[in-house]
Design a protein around this ligand. Structure first.
Ligand code: HEM
Length: 437
């Protein structure tokens, strides 16, 4: 499956392109990226709204992507960046506001560094390793429930979505009753379009829930992330709310999309699935390869130039928006051998599925940990797992901030003796069983 669309150079060489979104193959980057990467690696890009004169730049090669994302002359400040896609709702005057206190994603150094330091401890490899028993327990609870179902199951709602939501909520310290409420509102904010009313309603609910949790944690700080924030006297409550918001917003939808889309990709590449099943030690490399091959951050990573910068033979002017096309960079043949092939044995180091530089995903170790547990556990539990609907009827999420599948109906052979299929797996993590929404 390759990105073999004809060159996008039918227009004049300096004619701005629109951000590619249409895909010929559900697992490949949007059509046109291969041609852009080869012929116009730093291409003028049509912006729909925001600062600037309506034209920015689209960067498609891996080396250029890494340069932009690690160069402090490119800012992530919200108020400086134009959008390459329509805003979520019709608006006459789109003026992006500066980031609120604690909303570190859209900040530069030194504010950004200060907030990352507060959070980092929980997201190191060692910090995340402590969560493996919890991740394993939650994964198997959901597999148990799937096993009890009598017909086809939507893997998205039964498994891919609830597992990361519960993992993130236990880590942050969101109790069960609030988990579903937050997940429902973040699902609205994960869309590429919503009404102003939906936006206000979602933000009001999320803010209200998080404010209550932050206040409760100040009175009685638990052994979770909200407890950490409560114990840090340098933070205000608004900062605590916005830090938790950034983590939950970043952690729900992304890992869920990767579980569902990764499962779909493995079902459509049975040779790779067979290899993973035969050689479980390949799980780490399989997770990296799925992250690279599928690159769910399909809208890329946007920055604004703070001064004039030369990139790929093009002069980017101070104030210009630059969109780094992560899906295109992750298929760059200058870096990866046979980049359009899903190959779980290949060395795919250096991919940018989690971004690069100071804003590189803070949750990457956690996402990896969830994927390493969830994907093999799913196929171990249901060895005959298969699609319950023709592949061309699987609805793809190209209308969401993160790419994936809206639904993934699956089925499997039920054993004649139902107690066999519902057996609790031998490897079961210790820990209390949590209430499930
Ligand atoms: C497979 C799952 C995930 C993918 C593919 C992913 C992807 C990304 C990417 C590409 C960026 C960089 C954006 C940029 O530079 O503009 C990023 C940043 C971020 N991610 Fe993730 N992410 C995932 C999981 C998570 C999880 C589990 C969390 C929750 C802890 C999370 C929280 C964040 C936050 C807070 C940032 C902003 C970091 C900063 O600005 O310093 N992500 N993610």
């Amino acid at each position: 499956m390759t990105d073999t669309a004809p060159p996008v150079t039918a227009t004049a060489a300096d004619e701005p392109v629109t951000l590619p979104v249409r895909r010929g193959c559900p697992f490949d980057p949007p059509d046109g990226y291969a041609a852009l990467r080869e012929h116009r690696p730093v291409a003028p890009l049509r912006l729909t709204v925001g600062p600037g004169d309506g034209v920015g730049w689209l960067v498609t090669r891996l080396a250029d992507a890494r340069r932009v994302l690690s160069d402090s002359r490119f800012s992530h400040r919200n108020e400086l960046i134009g959008l390459p896609i329509p805003p979520p709702f019709p608006i006459d005057d789109y003026t992006p506001p500066p980031a609120a206190p604690g909303a570190f994603i859209k900040m530069d150094r030194p504010e950004h560094t200060r907030y990352r330091r507060v959070l980092n401890r929980r997201f190191t490899v060692r910090g995340v390793a402590e969560l493996t028993p919890m991740i394993t327990r939650i994964t198997h609870e959901h597999l148990d429930r799937m096993a009890a179902a009598t017909g086809p199951v939507d893997l998205v709602t039964a498994f891919a979505e609830p597992v990361p939501v519960r993992v993130m909520c236990e880590l942050v310290g969101v109790p069960t009753p609030a988990q579903e409420t937050l997940a429902a509102q973040f699902a609205v904010l994960s869309r590429m379009s919503y009404t102003v009313e939906e936006l206000i309603a979602a933000c009001t609910v999320v803010d209200g829930v998080l404010r209550e949790l932050v206040a409760a944690a100040r009175v009685d700080p638990g052994a979770n992330l909200l407890g950490d924030l409560a114990r840090d006297d340098s933070l205000t409550d608004t900062e605590r709310v916005n830090l938790a918001w950034a983590l939950l917003g970043g952690g729900f939808d992304t890992t869920a999309s990767m579980i569902a889309l990764g499962t779909y990709a493995l079902l459509r590449h049975p040779d790779q699935l067979a290899l993973l099943r035969a050689r479980p030690e390949l799980v780490d490399s399989a997770v990296e390869e799925l992250l690279r091959h599928l690159t769910i951050s399909h809208l890329g990573a946007s920055r604004a130039a703070l001064e004039d910068v030369e990139l790929g033979g093009v002069r980017i002017r101070a104030g210009d928006t630059v969109v780094v096309a992560l899906p295109a960079a992750n298929r760059d043949p200058a870096h990866f051998t046979d980049p359009d092939r899903l190959d779980i044995t290949a060395d795919r180091r250096g991919h940018v599925a989690f971004g690069h530089g100071v804003h590189q995903c803070i949750g990457q170790n956690l996402a990896r940990a969830v994927l390493r547990v969830a994907c093999p556990a799913l196929f171990d539990r249901f060895p005959s797992l298969r699609l319950a609907r023709p592949a061309d009827e699987i609805p793809m999420r190209d209308d969401m901030l993160h790419y994936g599948v809206h639904e993934l109906p699956v089925t499997w052979d039920r054993p004649a003796d139902p107690t066999v299929g519902a057996a609790t797996p031998a490897v079961r993590a210790p820990g209390p069983s949590a209430d499930v929404p």
